[in-house]
Design a protein around this ligand. Structure first.
Ligand SMILES: Cc1ncc(COP(=O)(O)O)c(C=O)c1O
Length: 284
């Protein structure tokens, strides 16, 4: 793991350094929030938006506002220490806590890491039977309680894919384990609304904003407009898919449940638009 560096308390460490205690509430119960940014030309892409979401997630979880200047210093330090990094990971936890779910006052744990990662030009996905709970207490928050995603993406890897798509409890299309989804249908590119329980992805938001500025027909679907079964249309060749995530960026899904899917023409336009706009502004 020479390709990962960790910043904590003003110092950069190797990834095997012991930096948190066994009773850190992030470890005992997943009481923490995180962000993952892509890296472009040595800078964390869209860092301001990621820090805003970090604060939002912390507020939603009832954690104190993270010290964002401190986090920015950590980001600069890890990118200096690992110039070839492809991703930056920021983790903030409640710090030292009891062994149960209740909290005790503590200084937060703040860790910033840099490691490998790169944009992709295609993705392969499967559908999984597990669901996102759009009525969860932590819906839309990027918490460190990601075990459901660990299980789902492991199922994807076991099937020779790299992403797994989930419905919500109402049977609507929601998102992947670490990405948002866009569906090309009826001449439009649609993404599930936030009411589906998906994360408010930063890549998703940039696609929506930049496409609107370019006059492309890309929008949030209306609630219920994208049932999970829309993916049957994708498999039948009628609804091409795009994946959107910070590290992988925007790319066509070329295989679903082992069946090849042709990329869509609007999707291809959106991929090109995304890369052109992202190249022009590292902190949009
Ligand atoms: C559950 C989930 N959905 C969507 C995304 C995509 O969000 P972003 O574009 O901000 O990376 C992520 C990112 O890791 C995620 O974890």
């Amino acid at each position: 793991m020479n390709d990962v560096v960790v910043w904590s308390d003003g110092q950069v460490h190797a990834p095997d350094a012991l930096l948190v205690t066994a009773v850190d509430h992030g470890i005992t119960v997943g009481d923490g929030v995180f962000e993952t940014c892509g890296v472009d030309r040595g800078q964390a892409f869209a860092l301001t938006r990621h820090l805003e979401r970090l604060s939002r997630s912390a507020r939603g979880l009832g954690l104190a506002e993270p010290d964002l200047d401190l986090v920015r210093r950590g980001v600069a330090a890890v990118l200096e220490a690992l110039p070839g990094a492809g991703r930056v990971r920021i983790t903030v936890t409640g710090g030292i806590g009891p062994l149960g779910s209740d909290r005790a006052p503590s200084a937060q744990t703040v860790l910033v890491m840099a490691g490998p990662g790169s944009a992709v030009t295609s993705a392969r996905a499967i559908r999984v039977p597990w669901v996102r709970n759009e009525r969860s207490a932590v819906v839309g928050l990027k918490t460190t309680s990601y075990a459901e995603n660990v299980v789902a993406v492991a199922a994807a890897h076991a099937a020779g894919a790299d992403e797994a798509y989930l419905a919500n409890t109402r049977g609507e299309l929601c998102e992947g384990t670490g990405s948002n989804i866009f569906v090309e249908r009826g001449g439009e590119l649609l993404t599930p609304p936030l009411s589906s329980g998906c994360l408010a992805g930063i890549t998703r938001a940039l696609v929506l904003e930049w496409a609107a500025q370019a006059g492309l027909p890309v929008r949030e679907a209306h609630p219920g407009e994208l049932p999970f079964e829309v993916l049957d249309e994708s498999i039948a060749g009628r609804a091409p898919l795009l994946l959107a995530s910070s590290v992988r960026t925007v790319a066509p899904v070329v295989e679903l449940d082992g069946v090849a899917i042709e990329p869509g023409s609007l999707g291809a336009e959106v991929v090109a638009m995304y890369h052109e706009r992202a190249a022009g502004d590292l902190d949009p």
